[in-house]
Design a protein around this ligand. Structure first.
Ligand code: CP3
Length: 359
C-alpha cells in the first residue's frame, strides 16, 4: 500500500497512513469492514499495565516517553485494534497551572484551583513545546515502533479542562464551574480562550510528532444546556478544529445526545456518541457528511460473550442501516475491572461481523 510521506518542521519523516482503514473511515471513504479501537484500551484492566504501575506511579508513567509508548504498543498488539491512542492524560497540560496530582484511587486533584477572576489574570504562560515535549516524544516512539498503525493524539477540550481547574478535581454537578461561568462570564471566557490556545498548540505538536488523527475529549460538557453549550463552549471548539484543518479530527463528549447536531457544527470530521443515544438518531443529528464513532456501553463487557456479541451486532446493524462512515468504539472508556479476554473477544467479533456485513 502506498504510504504518503510528509516531512515535518524538525525534518523528521512522518507517515500519513491515508490508506489505513481507520483514516479512510474518518475521511468518509469506503472501507471493507468497520474499523475498531476502544477508549482507554491501555489501562488498569490489563495485567501488563498493572505490572508497570506497580513500579511507577501514573504521572511518572506519562512522563516517561519510552514507557508510555510501550503501554500504547502493548494495547494495540494485544487487542489487534485498527488504531492506537497515545498513552497520556487530558490533564497533563494543567500540571503546572493547577498543581496536578493523582492520589491512588482518588482520581485527579488540582491543589491550586481557579477560584476568582484574578486567578485567571495570573495564569502562567505555558511553553507547550518544551513542557509537553515528553508526550511528543512518546508519539514519535510509537510511530517508529508500529509504523503501519494509525495513532490518535488527544487533548481535553477547554470546558472539560476548565471544570477540573475550577472544581479542583472530578465533580458530579459542576456547581463551581457553572457558577463561575454564569457570574464571571468575562473571566470564564478568558480562561476558555487561554485553554483553547494551549490545546491547539498541544494537538499541533502531537500531529507534528506523527499522530495521524486528533481527538478532543469534552467528557463533561454534557452537563450543560444546549444554549449554554452554544454560548460558552462551541466558539472555542470551532476555533480548535479550524486550526487543525489538515488532520482528521474526532470530537467526543458523554451525555451529549441532545446536542450532537451542535457537535457536528464544530468542524470535527467525526463525532463520538455514547451509549445513552440511539445510534440511528445520533447519525441523523450528526448528518451524512461526518463520520461517527461509538457506542457500546462499557458495562456490556461485564456480560457473557453471547450478550457482548449480540450488542455489538446490534450497533453494527444500526450503523449499516443508517449508512455513512462508522467507527466502532465504546461509548466511554474501558472500566478497570473488565476482563481482558472479553475486550479481545469484542474486537474480534466486530471485525468478523462487519466484514461479513460489508460484502
Ligand atoms: O488508552 C487510552 O485511552 C489512552 C490513555 C488515556 C488516559 N486518560 C489514561 C489514564 C486517555 C485518552 C485519558 C483521557 C482522560 N483523562 C479523560 C477523557 C476521557 C474520559 O474518560 O472521559 C479524562 C476525563 C481524564 C482525567 C482522568 N485521568 C481521571 C478522571 C482519572 C482518574 C479516574 C480513573 O479512571 O482512575 C485519570 C487517570 C488515568 N488516565 C488512568 C489512565 C490509564 C488511570 C490511572 C492509573 O493507572 O491509576
Amino acid at each position: 500500500m502506498a504510504l504518503e510521506l510528509l516531512v515535518n518542521k524538525n525534518s523528521k519523516t512522518v507517515k500519513r497512513l491515508d490508506d489505513s482503514l481507520f483514516i479512510r473511515a474518518l475521511r468518509g471513504k469506503s472501507v471493507e469492514r468497520t474499523p475498531v479501537w476502544l477508549m482507554r484500551q491501555a489501562g488498569r484492566y490489563q495485567a501488563s499495565y498493572r505490572a508497570i504501575r506497580e513500579k511507577v506511579d501514573f504521572l511518572t508513567l506519562c512522563h516517561s516517553s519510552e514507557l508510555a509508548a510501550q503501554v500504547t504498543v502493548e494495547a494495540v498488539d494485544s487487542l489487534q485494534v485498527d488504531a492506537g491512542i497515545i498513552f497520556a492524560d487530558i490533564l497533563l497540560p494543567l500540571e503546572r497551572i493547577g498543581r496536578l496530582s493523582f492520589a491512588r484511587g482518588d482520581g485527579p486533584q488540582l491543589a491550586k484551583p481557579v477560584v476568582c477572576s484574578q486567578d485567571v489574570d495570573s495564569l502562567p504562560t505555558i511553553d507547550v513545546e518544551g513542557e509537553l515535549s515528553y508526550v511528543f516524544q512518546s508519539v514519535s516512539l510509537f510511530c517508529k515502533e508500529r509504523p503501519q498503525v494509525p495513532l490518535i493524539g488527544f487533548a481535553g477540550a477547554p470546558f472539560t479542562l476548565a471544570s477540573y481547574l475550577i472544581e479542583g478535581g472530578s465533580s458530579r454537578n459542576f456547581e463551581k464551574t457553572k457558577a463561575f461561568m454564569f457570574k464571571e462570564s468575562a473571566a470564564f471566557a478568558k480562561l476558555m480562550s487561554y485553554l483553547t490556545d494551549v490545546t491547539i498548540a498541544y494537538l499541533k505538536g502531537q500531529a507534528e510528532a506523527g499522530a495521524h488523527a486528533l481527538m478532543l475529549f469534552d467528557s463533561w460538557v454534557g452537563a450543560l444546556s444546549r444554549q449554554d453549550f452554544q454560548r460558552f463552549v462551541l466558539p472555542h471548539s470551532k476555533k480548535i478544529f479550524a486550526a487543525l484543518e489538515e488532520q482528521p479530527t474526532i470530537y467526543f463528549g458523554t451525555a451529549c445526545g441532545g446536542m450532537l447536531d451542535l457537535f457536528a457544527e464544530s468542524g470535527a470530521a467525526c463525532i463520538g456518541v455514547d451509549w445513552r443515544s440511539d445510534l440511528s438518531n445520533a447519525h441523523r443529528m450528526i448528518g451524512q457528511d461526518k463520520a461517527y464513532m461509538g457506542n457500546l456501553d462499557p458495562c456490556v463487557l461485564f456480560a457473557d460473550k453471547d450478550e457482548i456479541a449480540r450488542q455489538a451486532a446490534y450497533i453494527l446493524d444500526q450503523a449499516k442501516a443508517a449508512g455513512g462512515s462508522h467507527i466502532f468504539n465504546l461509548g466511554h472508556g474501558i472500566l478497570q475491572h473488565t476482563q481482558e479476554e472479553n475486550v479481545r473477544f469484542l474486537v474480534e467479533t466486530v471485525k468478523e461481523y462487519s466484514a461479513d456485513r460489508k460484502t
